[in-house]
Design a protein around this ligand. Sequence first.
Ligand SMILES: *Cc1c(COP(=O)(O)O)cnc(C)c1O
Length: 222
Amino acid sequence: MEFFDIATKLNQIKKALPPQVTLVAVSKTKSEAAILEAYNAGQRVFGENKIQEMAQKHTALPKDIQWHMIGHLQRNKVKYMAHFVDLIHGVDSLQTLIEINRQAEKHHRVINCLLQAHIAQEETKFGLSLDEIEQLLNSAEIKTLKNILVVGFMGMASFTDDLKQIETEFKSLSTFFNKLKSQNKALKILSMGMSGDYQLAIKCGSNMVRVGSAIFGERHYI
Ligand SMILES: *Cc1c(COP(=O)(O)O)cnc(C)c1O
């Protein structure tokens, strides 16, 4: 097994973060032992991108972990996380909000959600345009959903080495977030930035970063 000191990496990253920034340790594909290493170093917020993997880890690991769903959602699987999920980052349709609301109601909870904005150039990334987000937030339908609360936005920049391009994309979402925040008091979280670009994202106004490989090492898919 390779040696990769999770606690050291985690502490280096945490030490350099401004106080308003929440670190989500992205533990997808990583073992429970690796997650416990980060947990024992003080980390409590973890992000996963597959609902069933997250549910298994939630069952096995300490109950004061806050689990964030950061992946694209399959609506038929929302029920497996509705009793415990702390924040859902990747919501990009009214239909998904309706299903989260339906499942949250069964557990007498309000589930906090982020709307995913499409800010990258690639076609492959999920998400809503900024116009679509504004329409959704102002829609009559969303006001009827009492068991979800939209608390902010999530965005992923283009997969490119062009830092100017990434900065432009982050800034577009940050400007939009600040505009809508002044009209909607529930909007508090701007989730932008991964291992390769979280420092730039913070400079552009992010207050939640989703960092995986810089903490846990490279992922090995099977
Ligand atoms: C995997 C993933 C991350 C973390 O990526 P790293 O480059 O390993 O930090 C962040 N956000 C989302 C949505 C992801 O799927």
